[in-house]
Ligand binder design. Sequence first.
Ligand code: ARG
Length: 251
Amino acid sequence: MKLRQLGLLASAFCAAVLATSPAFAAGKPLQVATDAAYAPFESQNEKKEIVGFDVDVLTAVAKKAGIEVKFINTPWEGIFAALGTGDRDIVASAVTITDERKQTMDFTEPYFEAKQLIAIGPKSKLAKFTDLKDKKVGVQTGTTGDEVVQKLLGKTNPNIKRFESTPLALKELQNGGVDAVVADNGVIINFVANNKSDKLKTIDDPTFAKEYYGFALKKGNKALVEKLNKGIAAIKADGTYDKIYKKYFGN
Ligand code: ARG
């Protein structure tokens, strides 16, 4: 084999290796995991494009940071594992920053404040979180809603009905299969507003703590966390964040 051919072969081999490791492939956009069944934060439009608040925020942040991002619909279950394996570089999925998660992944600065909210049927007499103690409660598996409900009902209580997405849990509430759903406020408010004829009600319980969404990264990826944090600060400073916020949540 001629030297030139050998060189070509070697560079093709390198390109193939690099292409399989997203974080290192030069010029390749960062792979962003998002569970796109979570409007208004992330969902798929008619064209199957991933759209939403998180998409707009991270896209604006990335632009400031000079990096390219590509959103990939990724089921919530296993979404964080995809960081560990290197299949994804960032999780942008309305992820609440928790102490427990911080042990296995890194987070950017918070970009959104949220809280749990309870959804109930139109005729329900339930009035506060503790009323759910002996009720069937729907949650999305492994979310902070799941954690909160576990604390009241007990981790293995069969009355906790776990779903792979929050819309599925809310559909079960529409069908009367559960008495309540506990999930992030923004998503429940959006669902109730888009399903007016069901007349679902909500309970804002004062015992629920404030939660903060951050973008999650593989542990130890300091350089990227810093870049994204600078981007977040920049879009907050120049009004871009406020514009995006207004687009999705009004004033
Ligand atoms: N904020 C909650 C959590 O971090 C729920 C997030 C679910 N996000 C989603 N796209 N399904 O546990």
